[in-house]
Design a binder for this molecule. Structure first.
Ligand code: GCW
Length: 678
């Protein structure tokens, strides 16, 4: 039924052979806060619902706080100490952290704050649903304070780069009346420990700030609050002129300052725990401070000041670049973020976080880690990821993204010749920053599967898990998701693991290998092969492919200088073709098609081989999936089969389009005689 899609990994499917585990479940729940908007209360409802569903056993809510034996206690550490007087046996926790103790007869789920308690409840249920009844005492703290999602929803109900139906938040310029889906989304997000959401598109519509829509946002925030999730919005920088009756949106103008102070006050009046703003300024046609010769920091600080009295945060996007001319060999969009932001390091207010896409261009199938992470030491930073598969098959292709994200999160930038993993930079640890974290563009919609495909939900699940703990292994995360989503059978686990773990490498092979980027149509919908669209335009996602050569020369000695924007150890690795990894060769170097890779193949032969093997892998997914017939409910089985069959065919379209394009361009035959006429 549609509920399988809707509940995603929170299905709490019945465990059949539960008696054999000789499990003694708690018979009642003691919730230390029972007010309806409290995440602790949500936790107690979720525990009742989950245990009922997994074990067909009722657990009743109890206020007999002193009959704690055979109970489940859920609440904050403070409330626990207050009620039971023995908070001393609870380990120290950080903000949002929790302690889960299942060692004794009483199960204790205690959060540092209320949302932490809810996270603990979800963790306990996740264990039970996976058949894990071990007795543990486990302390869980987040790696980073900001764990947000972004939705690119428009006020008319459409979603930019959304592939799962229309908006669950907006229609016809206002907020939808029925927010049931929103609370279901909140539940999923809380279970993966997401603590904030930006509900509207970064290309923001000014009408969201009307008094009526602010009331509507208040209703949305009321729905998220019991799940411990704070709501924020994207802003249009030109709002003061568009709706404020002013003649300027100069960030230093006193009228503009009071306009934003006033808007901010109105928001906090309705939403006291409002999260803050996300701002895309001076990018892709969006207005910004540069219009008035003010800096991007002036722009960010304008909002920071208005939010500061309320502890709100400004997420200011680093995705700022200009159109460029390809005839200039040194022009490089990949340099833009460092050029714009490095000179501003230290100029941003303390409640500003610069939100940086994982790579310097735009969510490509492979990019080097954005060098901006290694150029800001006195600025809070966050990484921006995309769960929505914009360039990566738009949910019609299975692409499990955690391994891609890990290439960036685990990347050691060697700032000052010291260990400087991206995950330690965004957490605030490396440069001792008070704030930082992660944001993912998710773009769920009204589709019963949320994202448009059941399999794509592994990416949302993995995002939350990695934002909490980036050191987690992609495959372990995936397997939790599989068990929770599709059940515990080992064939199911093994098959979906294999498909998912092979999916990103396969997509890279047939869509754009060796660091050439996703060779999709870049001017339009970013879907399907279109290698010729990369060049001869101002977008700067160039391949510089001609009859003999291909790739962007980003070296310092002969190219755009991009490699020099990394710290010395990394810069010298990329500067030198012999130490550049094959998978980024064409990102950093302009070479002949006959250039020999470390792997021993020529560039062109690698292209041919990779496109064939990637497409072959995608075709094998169909057979693999078919082996699960009868082991997964028919509805989801058929829906996934449909998508995999499509992907198998479309991977051949990709393979042939790209292979033929470079064969036509270079005239170099495929050694295996698959490409072209023979
Ligand atoms: O990649 C581009 C997308 C735009 C998006 C922009 C951004 C919201 O194609 O649709 O705009 O990135 O991240 O701002």
């Amino acid at each position: 039924t549609a509920e399988n899609g809707q509940n995603a990994w929170l299905r709490y499917a019945p465990l059949r052979s539960v008696n054999s585990y000789n499990l003694s479940l708690a018979s009642n729940i003691i919730a230390l806060n029972t007010s309806k908007s409290s995440p602790v209360y949500t936790a107690s409802l979720e525990l009742q619902k989950g245990i009922q569903s997994i074990f067909s056993q009722a657990v009743k809510e109890s206020d007999e706080i002193h009959q704690a034996a055979s109970s489940l206690i859920v609440g904050t550490v403070d409330d626990y100490s207050h009620v039971y007087g023995n908070g001393n046996d609870v380990p120290d926790l950080e903000e949002d952290g929790f302690w889960l103790n299942t060692e004794g007869e009483t199960v204790k789920i205690l959060g540092q704050n209320e949302r932490g308690a809810l996270y603990g409840a979800f963790e306990y249920l996740s264990m039970l649903a996976q058949g894990d009844f071990s007795h543990i005492s486990s302390v869980n703290n987040p790696n980073q304070p900001i764990r947000w999602v972004n939705q690119w929803d428009n006020m008319d109900g459409s979603i930019e780069r959304g592939y799962g139906g229309s908006s669950i938040f907006f229609n016809n310029g206002g907020i939808v009346d029925d927010l049931t889906r929103v609370s279901e989304y909140a539940r999923l997000l809380a279970s993966i420990r997401v603590n904030g959401i930006i509900v509207n598109n970064v290309n923001a519509n000014v009408s969201l700030l009307s008094p009526q829509n602010i009331q509507g946002l208040g209703r949305i925030a009321d729905v998220f609050r019991p799940y411990g999730i704070q709501v924020g919005i994207s802003l249009n920088f030109a709002s003061p002129t568009a709706i404020g009756g002013l003649t300027t949106f100069d960030p230093l103008d006193s009228g503009v300052i009071s306009f934003w102070t006033n808007i901010t006050d109105q928001l906090y009046q309705r939403i006291p725990d409002f999260a803050g703003y996300l701002v895309k300024a001076d990018s892709e046609g969006q207005p910004g401070p540069l219009t008035y010769n003010r800096t991007l920091a002036d722009g960010a600080n304008l909002f920071a000041k208005a939010l500061n009295p309320y502890n709100g945060v400004v997420m200011f996007r680093a995705f700022v670049y200009n159109q460029l001319n390809e005839s200039d060999w040194k022009a490089d969009r990949a340099n833009a973020a460092v050029q714009f932001f490095k000179p501003l390091d230290g100029k941003f207010a303390n409640n500003v976080v610069v939100q940086i896409k994982y790579g310097p261009i735009d969510f490509q199938v492979r990019e080097p880690t954005s060098p901006l992470f290694s150029n800001l030491y006195n600025t809070n930073t966050a990484i921006e990821l995309e769960v929505t598969q914009e360039y990566l098959g738009q949910q019609c292709h299975l692409v499990y993204l955690a391994p891609l994200w890990k290439t960036v999160l685990d990347f050691d930038l060697r700032v000052g010749q010291k260990a400087s993993k991206v995950s330690d930079i965004i957490s605030g640890e490396r440069f001792n920053r008070p704030l930082g974290g992660s944001a993912a563009v998710v773009n769920v919609g009204t589709n019963a599967t949320w994202l448009g495909s059941h399999m794509a939900m592994s990416n949302l699940y993995a995002y939350g898990r990695l934002a909490w703990d980036p050191s987690k292994d992609s495959q372990n995360i995936l397997q939790d998701w599989i068990r929770l989503t599709f059940g515990l059978a080992s064939e199911v686990l093994n098959t979906i693991t294999k498909m998912s773990m092979e999916s990103w490498p396969a997509y890279e092979q047939y869509s754009g290998n060796l660091g050439i980027q996703t060779l999709t149509d870049i001017t339009g919908n970013h879907y399907g092969p279109n290698p010729q669209s990369q060049d001869n335009n101002g977008w700067g996602q160039w391949t510089r492919a001609d009859k003999k050569t291909i790739g962007m020369d980003r070296t310092v000695w002969n190219g755009t200088g991009y490699s020099g924007t990394y710290p010395p150890e990394i810069a010298s690795m990329y500067e030198d073709i012999s130490t550049t990894p094959d998978n980024l060769l064409l990102w950093f170097h302009h070479v002949n098609y006959t250039h020999i890779l470390h792997s021993g193949d020529t560039v062109i032969q690698y292209f041919y081989n990779a496109h064939y093997s990637g497409a072959e892998t995608a075709q094998a997914f169909v057979k693999l999936w078919e082996s699960l017939k009868g082991k997964i409910d028919a509805e989801r089985y058929e829906q996934v089969l449909y998508r995999q069959t499509y992907q198998a065919g479309h991977s051949i379209v990709w393979r042939d389009a790209i292979s033929n394009f470079y064969w036509n361009l270079s005239g170099i035959p495929d050694e295996a005689k698959r490409v072209g006429n023979h």
